[in-house]
Ligand binder design. Sequence first.
Ligand SMILES: O=C(O)CCC(=O)C(=O)O
Ligand SMILES: [Fe+2]
Length: 110
Amino acid sequence: MGISKHTDGDFLTVLLLDHRIGGLQVLHQNRWIDVRSIAGALLMSNDKLKSVEHRVLANREGPRVSVACFFRIDDLQSSLKTYGPIKGLLTEDNPPKYRETTFNLFLTTT
Ligand SMILES: O=C(O)CCC(=O)C(=O)O
Ligand SMILES: [Fe+2]
């Protein structure tokens, strides 16, 4: 089973890749690039930490196991808070590219 092109909507995804079957690809400069598993490596996706578009190809037969941990807000109080670019990363040369929003609004409008 594959997964079509998407970005993860959470804050951070930690993914334990299936190193035998593979299939995960990221979109880089309009080309799909295979993601290879590197033992012990941690792959992480204002645009300094950008969620990369990715997909999974069902290109080989056999069981494929990957474990994704999605870190996201999951309580009512936090989901109503306003979030925006990290102020410490903003400068005159790097102004905010995104407006402030709540997590609920982000989920329903992206
Ligand atoms: O299974 C994978 O390699 C990626 C899974 C994924 O992209 C997802 O669950 O959002
Ligand atoms: Fe994903």
